[in-house]
Ligand binder design. Sequence first.
Ligand SMILES: Nc1ncnc2c1ncn2[C@@H]1O[C@H](COP(=O)(O)OP(=O)(O)OP(=O)(O)O)[C@@H](O)[C@H]1O
Length: 383
Amino acid sequence: MTLSESAAAPADEVVLEAVGLTKHFPVRRRLRDLLSRTPAVVHAVDDVSFALRRGQVTALVGESGSGKSTVARLLAQLHPRTAGDVRLHGRSTRVRGGRAFRAYVRRVQLILQDPFASLNPVHTVRYHLTRSLRIHGNAGRTAADLDRALADLLTRVRLTPPERFLDVFPHELSGGQRQRVAIARALGANPEVLLADEPVSMLDVSIRLGVLNLLQDLKERLRLAILYITHDIASARYFADETIVMYAGRMVEGGDSETVTQQPAHPYTRLLISSAPDPDRITGGGGDGTAGGERGHGEPPSLIRPPTGCRFHPRCPHAMPRCAAELPPRLTIGDRPGHWAACWLYDPATAAADAPAAPDADRAVPPAAAVGREGATTLGEAR
Ligand SMILES: Nc1ncnc2c1ncn2[C@@H]1O[C@H](COP(=O)(O)OP(=O)(O)OP(=O)(O)O)[C@@H](O)[C@H]1O
């Protein structure tokens, strides 16, 4: 598909979908494990479903180890999946290298966290971009075509004038400029989807916004579908149209970013927000970084033997007996269209019965300011 074709397509068209996506990694077996019939596995991702739409950013948020990068790698076809499906324009896709893989990556590009690692230090910007354009058949026929395509890529990522950047090596660039080159290289494929795995977390705080603004601009101008993976829920509010929260390999909340970050429903999302390093970036947080948010306790669970029922229940200040026994489905919150949480607090039966954790009787959702007075603090491995 050409750029002009993609610009003409409807904005909310689903491009890439995860459907019940599941990934279990085998664990190296110890002697005593050999006696066990069921081999141990890491439940990295379980039953994850969402859609990436043209011209929209979807944020996947969660603490370290929640399975975000594994989802990106599954969508990029870099891991075989244990179960579930990846659908590109509605068609199930499973590619393992070769020509099919090249055709897939032409449409779905992955941008990694560390531009130092993803650019070869012995090659110039010109080399990296030319290689991408050639591999994906976008270099044109003549040297002049190639020069135009190179200048166009650098201009798109706002490295201008292009001739100043073409013949420099990665170490001569700042971190932000290197990430822009990595984005330009991804654009060399003329993709429909960008999977951006923590694209700004290794950059200085002062230049993060510039790179996020660039991605936003590309989303709008090229109508890209973008998956933005981050542990920083504050940036999801700013940058993403939709936000999905993951905990211990499962999706726990989703909805439009404004609602998920300003009226979080799941106790884990509340904990994530109350632990955000800069509470001023999210209204409703207090100056001490905890007021106005949830408090939980403990560490993230083992993914080899994940907790039964809701995986957050051992840390949840609102846990009920049911939470340990039954896996909560996605339950509609009802405040804004599309807002859901996988939490038994939002089951009408819970609200009607004892509702021990719903201080606001008119609303099954515990308001952020009213919940979370119990328990100790801290978010295990949040970075
Ligand atoms: N190749 C692998 N083999 C075994 N376990 C893995 C592998 N890759 C990831 N895992 C495990 O899967 C779980 C999810 O990891 P993943 O990297 O997807 O989480 P994440 O949310 O992206 O974390 P981070 O922000 O630290 O990258 C972790 O427990 C991790 O140790």
